[in-house]
Each structure stands twice: as C-alpha cells, then as structure tokens.
Design a protein around this ligand. Sequence first.
Ligand code: F6R
Length: 241
Amino acid sequence: MRIIRAKDYDEMSRRAANILAAQMIMKPNCVLGLATGSTPIGTYAQLVEWYNRGDLDFSEVTTVNLDEYKGLPRENDQSYYYFMNDNLFHKVNVRPERTFLPNGMEPDSDKACKEYDQIIAGTGGVDLQLLGLGHNGHIGFNEPGAAFEAGTNCVDLTESTIKANQRFFASMDEVPKQAYTMGIGTIMRAKKILVVVSGEDKAEIVKKAFFGPITPQVPASVLQLHGDVTIVADEAALSLI
Ligand code: F6R
C-alpha cells in the first residue's frame, strides 16, 4: 500500500489525476473504474484541463462506475449518471457507449446486478479503480457488514443516508431508498486501486481502514489485502497517522 501525502485538496486532486493520466497514456484502451462523491470532483476537473490542453485522449477508454441509485431516472440531477456526464463525460472525448453505470431504472435487482457484472466482465476487467472513502469506511455503497466476496448487489440505504439526501429532492417519495453497487469482490478484482481522501473529518477512518484490523465492519480495510493500492490523501486526512 502506497500513501501519497498531498498538501491540500488541490494537490490531492492533481496527484490522483496524474495516476489516472499515466494509466491512460500507458494503455490508451484501458478500463477505468470511477467514483462519484465530492472527493473526486477536483480530480475530474484536472483531467478535463489536461484534455483541453491536448495532453489526454479518452477516445479508446472504457469506464465503469461504482454505483447508481435504484429508481432514479438518468436525467435527474441527483443520479450518478448525471454527475458523471456533468463532471467528466460531457467534457472529454470518451465514447458515450463506452461509459457504464448500473442501470438504476431496472426494477428487477437480480437482473440489474447480473447485467452489470456481465458488463464489467465483458470489458476484460478494470485496470484502475478510483475510490472515495465513506466516514464509516464504506466503498461504493458497500456499508459495514457487506460481504467481502460480493459482486454487484442492491443495497438498502440507511435511514441516515435517506434523510441526508432528502434536501436534494422535491418530496420524500422521490428520495431513493436503494442503490446498485459494485460489490467488494468486484472492486478487489481491479488490477490497481486508487483511493482519494481529503479533510480532517476523514482522518479517523483513514487510520481505522488502512492501519486497523481487516474487518467487514470497516469495508475499506479489505484494501489492505490488495496487492496494488495507492492512497492519495491530503495532510488533514492523514493527520492521525
Ligand atoms: C461514490 C461512492 C461513495 C463515495 C464515498 C465518499 O460513487 O461510491 O462510496 O466515494 O461516500 O464520498 P465523498 O467523496 O463525497 O466524501
């Protein structure tokens, strides 16, 4: 496990973008596993900047995202599909048909999960998986207690997540109660993993996940068992180690 210490969020974003860019340059037809959330926004912005300068080419890249809300149309600005278009896909020359997220509008969970696992397998496997880190150690939507070997699965969102999301929706009915997520087993099969973490509020979980015991109660702790993990974190997130 390699830890890259960045001064602040901007440097973290640049360092993480460097690793993704290196992957694309070394293997133009690579498969990138991507994440949403606030942490990677700066990383995507940096990739867009380098693309605009002519230094990056996404034309042969395939992307597979970690997760998507179940039942949320793609046009909804809270969907992860919308997020990815907004932050990256619409700003670079990635081919839309080579960008994949779980199909949130498939009501049959088994079907949606099986299809997504097939899509991932069909890409030949993820070369580099980008991950953010939840405050409770979740990766993707794999919350504490999630099975380490799982493939794509449908998760019930916790009451606190549903409540926190409420402010983004017009009514409680619209707030997603479930999500599809790549499982921990799928994440662990990526050839390389890149974790981005920022902020003092993540310091405790960084210590627990990467320096504590490996346990399903801290899903990210499983990454200690992966042979090629790079953590890019700012000083605040590393303040307890
Ligand atoms: C996003 C995802 C989540 C986030 C995590 C951290 O696709 O799967 O696991 O990476 O919740 O989120 P932020 O970056 O907002 O702190």
